[in-house]
Write a protein that binds this ligand. Structure first.
Ligand code: UD1
Length: 436
């Protein structure tokens, strides 16, 4: 399956951002902590969400989707072994480790392994769970974690890992005593998970800072929760609007989550303004080069690095992009070079010499955000580009081609089962307004 994109059209109109992939996945895992039903509103309809539903179902859960409402109930953990095929397909599923361990006293899960952007170990997840009292061994290719009881502890993370912070919070929420998690990740998705756990009866303070206090409670109950908007999807549309020029209102955003990106847009000279209901970008497709260094929140997000790099291929001047979070996150560079981009990479730095235009080409998405970067590049290139391996893009962008078409872009999915394949129905079209 592929996207065909005919570039060089300004984008006009408004687009609604979906719920955040990186927020909904841990929240879904947290549903394992209670036998009551949890109801998640604004749950995006994404391949990764479907995969997480399959993981929960394989372990005893029931999931029902109706539009963007997802109901989950796990009456009992029927199988403590997480299915190999699903876990290795989606790294984020490692966050079921903490909740299942707490609920069932044991969990067996295959180490998720590396991916295109790096080796991605899980040592800090394991270190945190061990500090809470888990005994973890590797048994026939599965991590086998056991704990009759979990006890609060003081845990220091060597690096503010998002997944480790989530796993530890979910294991500690019902542990005996208090856990103090130092050097915790501060991403908005951590705050969303903490809010959800507190809505379930948890006692978590400090989420969103680098020290999180988790006072253990005896049990959690069901809750209804709205997932925060996806800042990476929002950022991707903002960057696409800046690249193509035009007038785009990106709606359903929390502007504060986008400040690291907006600061760079300002430096580039791209006009934008914050509205009550979103961010309006009014570009003419011209902008200055800027240097960007990815960092943990509130630094510039690594998940927008590829899209930003693609944008800067057409900036006036030379930009240096430094990737500090993942060791191998420049897989998109070779594909962008096929389109005429002038980029050289040395270690964790990419030097991007801006050019006036890119040319259309056949390119392949190596991962989710690299795929979004290729769409951005294709939207600005002369002629038809073909983007392959778009299943990566479907993991994290809900109906991206429908949303972009709503803004006037010429993009189509080449497959006879277009809407089914993206996990989307015709209702996806309502997410966009027609161009003004
Ligand atoms: C999450 C996000 C991902 C984002 C990343 C960084 C989800 C589902 N995914 O991934 O989109 O790019 O945060 O913002 O929320 N590391 C270790 N040992 C560990 C854990 C991590 O060495 O035990 C390393 C990783 O290899 C990586 C860095 O730490 O280099 C950051 O990883 P982490 O913050 O854990 O990212 P994820 O939770 O995997």
């Amino acid at each position: 399956m592929k996207f065909i994109v005919n570039g060089r059209r300004p984008l006009e109109g408004s687009v609604d951002v979906s719920g955040a992939k990186n927020a909904v996945l841990p929240v879904m895992a947290a549903a394992m902590l209670t036998s009551d039903e949890v109801v998640l509103e604004d749950a995006p309809d994404l391949l990764d969400v479907t995969t997480m539903c399959r993981v929960l179902e394989a372990m005893g859960g029931r999931t029902v989707r109706s539009g963007h409402t997802l109901r989950i109930r796990v009456p009992a953990v029927e199988d403590i072994e997480a299915p190999y095929d699903l876990i290795t397909k989606m790294r984020a599923s490692i966050v079921i480790m903490g909740p299942v361990l707490r609920r069932a006293g044991r969990v067996r899960i295959p180490p998720p392994g590396g991916c295109a952007i790096g080796s991605r170990p899980i040592n800090w997840h394991l270190k945190g769970l061990e500090a809470l009292g888990a005994r973890i061994s590797l048994d026939h290719g599965y991590l086998d974690a056991r704990a009759e009881r979990l006890r609060g502890a003081r845990i220091y993370l060597d690096f503010p890992s998002v997944g480790a912070t989530e796993n530890i919070m979910m294991a500690a929420v019902c542990a005996e005593g208090t856990t103090v998690l130092e050097n915790a990740a501060q991403e908005p998705e951590i705050v969303d998970l903490a809010n959800f756990l507190n809505e379930m009866g948890g006692k978590i303070r400090g989420a969103g800072t680098n020290v999180v206090h988790i006072e253990g409670v005896r049990s959690l109950h069901g809750a209804t929760h709205s997932i925060i908007p996806d800042r990476v999807e929002a950022g991707s549309f903002i960057l696409m609007a800046a690249a193509c020029g035009g007038d785009v209102l990106v709606r359903n955003v929390i502007p504060a989550h986008l400040h690291p990106l907006l600061a760079k847009l300002e430096e580039m000279g791209t006009p934008f303004c914050e509205k009550d209901d979103g961010i309006r970008v009014r570009g003419n497709g011209l902008f200055r080069a800027v240097d960007v260094k990815t960092q943990v929140h509130p630094g510039f997000p690594t998940d927008l690095q590829a899209q930003m790099l693609a944008l800067l291929t057409r900036a006036r001047g030379t930009s240096v992009i430094t990737e500090t979070v993942f060791e191998n996150r420049f897989m998109h560079v070779d594909e962008l070079r096929r389109m005429g981009a002038d980029i050289s990479v040395a270690g964790r730095c990419a030097t991007v010499r801006g050019r006036e235009s890119l040319s259309a080409a056949q390119v392949t998405a190596s991962d989710l955000r690299a795929g979004a970067a290729l769409i951005l590049a294709a939207l600005t290139a002369e002629g038809p580009s073909e983007i392959r391996n778009i299943y990566h893009i479907d993991r994290g962008y809900e109906g991206i081609e429908l949303k972009l078409r709503g803004l006037g872009a010429d993009i189509r999915r080449e497959s006879r089962t277009e809407t089914i394949a993206s996990g989307l129905t015709e209702r996806g079209k309502n997410l966009c307004l027609l161009p003004r």
